[in-house]
Write a protein that binds this ligand. Structure first.
Ligand code: ZN
Length: 303
């Protein structure tokens, strides 16, 4: 079963504020073989990181993401979230989304890392590795748990072939918000950056304000009552998901749900995490109309 985080996962401080939330029906069924329940969201009073205090064990995370591009995954998720469409699943990493992400990637490297020689590039968790195509470097590799076929010109690596290889530039895009232990993953990824090399990171910027979620005890009772009805839960989920996607807020009588994203960073919490991991921050910007965070770091050269 899950374990509980009692310190901030970004800065390690113990001062946390809590609010009630729910475990998504899809996650409860797929990972735990159960039904949705009330859980807790925490916010660090020091760096502002928001995260679910219950964290997935490695085996649970593997179950959540297993074959996430398959028809079986689509059917199961669509059952619990009817608005999750076949088009959305197929469009993950599609051309339009990729064009915009690639523009941000190339312009960030050009802006902050002009004098840095880039030959080898690794996209860690980078799907087919399509983001790197046409960008810096002459050798492109990708490591992704989904096992999808890599894009033309990109070398697909598994854990064994990645081993202790190091690269001039490593990309870690839309990964940290999914993982139970962001610091462990970050440190693991930094081990694959050569001394003096670069780490490029993107992730969502604060997906909703913590203050959107009521603090009173009534709210937890309300969520428990809501969860007694599958249909009411589904309606409130649709209402909440729509608001979060469109307005970056949790609506009145809506909820935050423990789903694929289990941590919600802001610029301060991301910068704190990066510094604690020993990376030198060259730039950290809010992008994509305030909805994204982009950071470029350098690993200290050996002197
Ligand atoms: Zn913190």
């Amino acid at each position: 079963m899950t374990y509980r985080a009692i310190h901030c996962l970004g800065c390690d401080e113990p001062h946390l504020t809590h609010r009630a939330a729910i475990t998504a029906s899809f996650v409860a069924a797929r990972v735990f073989g159960g039904s949705a329940s009330v859980c807790r969201l925490a916010q660090c009073q020091s760096c502002g990181l928001i995260f679910f205090e219950d964290r997935f064990e490695p085996g649970e995370a593997a179950r959540l993401y297993a074959d996430y591009r398959s028809e079986a995954y689509y059917q199961e998720r669509h059952h619990w979230e009817p608005w999750y469409s076949r088009g959305f699943n197929a469009g993950l990493g599609g051309t339009k989304e990729m064009r915009s992400r690639r523009e941000t990637y190339v312009s960030t490297i050009n802006h902050y890392a002009q004098g840095v020689a880039i030959g080898s590039v690794l996209d860690y968790g980078g799907d087919r590795g399509q983001l790197m195509v046409g960008g810096p470097g002459h050798s492109h590799s990708v490591f992704d748990i989904s096992g999808v076929e890599s894009a033309p010109g990109v070398t697909g690596l598994n854990a064994a072939s990645l081993a202790d290889q190091k690269f001039d530039l490593v990309l870690l895009c839309e990964v940290l918000e999914h993982v139970s232990e962001p610091m462990h993953v970050l440190q693991d990824v930094l081990n694959h950056v050569k001394p003096g090399g670069l780490l490029y990171i993107t992730l969502p910027n604060l997906e909703f304000p913590f203050t959107d979620i009521p603090a009173g005890a009534w709210y937890q009772h309300y969520l428990k009552l809501l969860l007694r009805s599958c249909w009411l839960t589904l309606l409130a989920d649709f209402w909440s998901t729509g608001w979060k996607v469109k307005f970056a807020h949790v609506p009145p009588l809506g909820f935050a749900k423990m789903h694929e994203h289990v941590s919600f960073f802001n610029p301060a919490s991301l910068e704190t995490l990066l510094r604690r991991a020993g990376a030198e921050i060259l730039g950290c910007e809010v992008s994509a109309q305030g909805r994204g965070l982009t950071a470029l770091c350098q690993v200290p050269a050996i002197t």
